[in-house]
Design a protein around this ligand. Structure first.
Ligand SMILES: Cc1cc2nc3c(=O)[nH]c(=O)nc-3n(C[C@H](O)[C@H](O)[C@H](O)COP(=O)(O)OP(=O)(O)OC[C@H]3O[C@@H](n4cnc5c(N)ncnc54)[C@H](O)[C@@H]3O)c2cc1C
Length: 489
């Protein structure tokens, strides 16, 4: 089946009737529900774009000859990586980088897992075949995915096997002829109820011990599998117009707690079974983390372009360009953008073929960028807040502008240096949705934690860093000193 359109995606969700809960109620149809319909339409817009720009968004499937989404490509050359990045940036620019889990994010990881059949086959050849078949199934049917990596936040000082209730975190309760039965919970499925399937994998960062083997699992199942429930957080789409809530009314992806109420996962969908050793190595040794990081850094370049545009528009709108600290703050964001671009291009330039035959970006610049940006995004948001100042609160609604008595006043007193009141308020409402609203604050939390806890990630970065050359350099330098050690040394 060729790549999907937005209509195909929406029809798929209507038919699937995923078990989704929000605000204490079960959702009958996510495509019509006020908490989800706008983001569903945004995702549909991404799928439609595949046919608006097919030369940029699609490639020919190696197995069926159909045109399929380019984020599924197994890159064989550096040109393939660049084409994939350009496709990723098309989607990211459409959302201003505000949809962190657009389908390309997980598509790149499933591609890497699917290519690494031999890695999963270490435990049993069946798992290798399963993951390979799953990649092809997802690619050929343009399946939208959510994922859950982490255990519920109960007592982080204890491993899962030591928690007061062994069934808090999702684990195997039974293995039978048909598959494995899963009971418990996982966090935190962004796009949970509004995608076709869920991929359950271990965390990229939190390593497991053998006592946690019952929790050491990886599999994928349809989101309407019996016993699977998505418990969504309150919506940050308050049903206002896109003029008033430019981001919240379009891109609130929704995050869900996922409950597995004795869910049967058929054997053909199991990728890792009770094997913490394989879980701990999965992301790094399949290079899934590298391909995901390539998507993430490209998305964050688009996000920084967008937020820089907002900053520059604010500067023009209220005539603050002549102030030194204003230029300095805009420069900060410009340098973040240029640094992120450099990481991205270096990763592509130094790409090499991996053992699975995929052209794989250089991980070091991507790892640097994915560790650094979570610390930079809050700064970008702070700069928007600092430059926007009271303008972020002087944001009348559309109804105020339309009111006979006060409309004229609002229009007059919200005007900017070279922009009328209506346009200025629209711009500042966008800035507000980045730096003040619930949507905007979720983005800050999301960017901080999206790949894992930055503290543990930075420690992993330190541990993997090739440190010896630098210590050796200093050692050599010290040795060059023309003085001999005192006799007592
Ligand atoms: C908006 C948003 C969307 C998300 N979407 C997804 C998604 O789609 N799929 C998904 O799988 N996950 C998702 N996540 C979850 C994300 O992967 C986690 O937030 C991240 O891995 C950190 O884990 P945690 O939130 O459980 O924090 P915790 O591990 O509970 O950490 C809480 C605090 O305790 C400290 N801490 C805890 N344990 C340790 C330790 N062992 N060593 C040092 N410090 C420790 C941390 O530094 C942190 O400050 C999302 C998170 C957010 C905020």
């Amino acid at each position: 089946m060729p790549a999907r359109t937005g209509k195909d995606y929406i029809e798929g969700l209507k038919k699937a009737k995923n078990n989704v809960w929000i605000h204490g109620e079960k959702v009958e149809d996510v495509t019509e529900h006020p908490a989800f319909k706008n983001v569903v339409n945004s995702l549909a817009g991404l799928y439609d774009m595949q046919y608006e720009k097919p030369e940029k968004m699609l490639y020919t499937s190696p197995t069926t000859g159909d045109k399929v989404g380019l984020s599924f490509i197994q890159p064989k050359t550096k040109e393939d990586l660049i084409r994939r990045r350009e496709m990723i940036m098309e989607w990211a620019r459409y959302t201003g980088g505000m949809m962190g889990r657009s389908p390309d994010y997980l598509n790149t990881s499933i591609m890497a897992f699917g290519s690494a059949e031999s890695f999963f086959a270490q435990a049993d050849p069946m798992y290798g075949k399963n993951v390979r078949n799953y990649y092809e199934f997802v690619r050929e049917n343009d399946i939208s995915l959510t994922h859950t990596l982490i255990h519920p936040q109960v007592n982080r000082s204890k491993i899962q096997a030591e928690q007061k209730d062994p069934y808090l975190s999702a684990r195997i309760v039974e293995k039978n002829a048909d598959g494995i039965v899963i009971r418990g919970c996982r966090l935190l499925a962004t796009l949970g109820g509004i995608t076709d399937e869920i991929v359950v994998f271990p965390s990229t960062i939190n390593k497991m011990q053998s006592e946690d083997d019952p929790y050491a699992i990886a599999f994928a199942i349809p989101n309407n599998t019996p016993g699977l429930k998505f418990l969504c957080r309150e919506s940050f789409d308050y049903g206002r117009s896109q003029w008033e809530h430019p981001l919240g009314a379009r891109f609130d992806e929704s995050d869900a707690i996922v409950v597995f109420d004795d869910v049967l996962v058929p054997w053909e969908r199991v990728f890792i079974c009770e094997n913490s050793n394989i879980c701990n190595r999965a992301y790094r040794e399949t290079n899934a983390v590298v391909h995901m990081a390539h998507q993430v850094v490209a998305k964050n370049v688009a996000k920084t372009e967008f937020t820089l545009g907002v900053i520059l528009s604010i500067i023009d709108a209220i005539g603050i360009e002549r102030f030194q600290h204003v230029k300095e703050k805009a420069y900060e964001v410009m340098s973040i953008l240029e640094t992120m671009r450099s990481h991205l291009y270096r990763a592509e330039e130094n790409a090499q073929q991996d053992q699975y035959g995929n052209m794989t970006p250089d991980f070091m610049p991507l790892d640097t960028a994915r560790n650094w940006y979570p610390r930079m995004y809050p700064r970008i948001v702070e700069i928007i807040r600092t430059l926007g100042a009271s303008g972020l609160m002087a944001i009348p609604t559309k109804a105020d502008f339309s009111n006979e008595e006060i409309g004229e006043l609002v229009h007059r007193y919200t005007q900017g240096a070279n922009i009328d009141g209506y346009e200025r308020v629209q711009l500042f409402r966008l800035a507000w949705d980045i730096c003040i609203s619930a949507f905007g604050n979720r983005q800050v939390l999301y960017e901080y934690y999206f790949f894992g806890d930055p503290v543990r990630m930075s420690n992993a970065f330190y541990d993997h860093y090739h440190k010896e050359p630098y210590k050796e350099m200093v050692n050599e330098f010290l040795k060059r000193a023309k003085s001999s050690a005192p006799r007592y040394v």
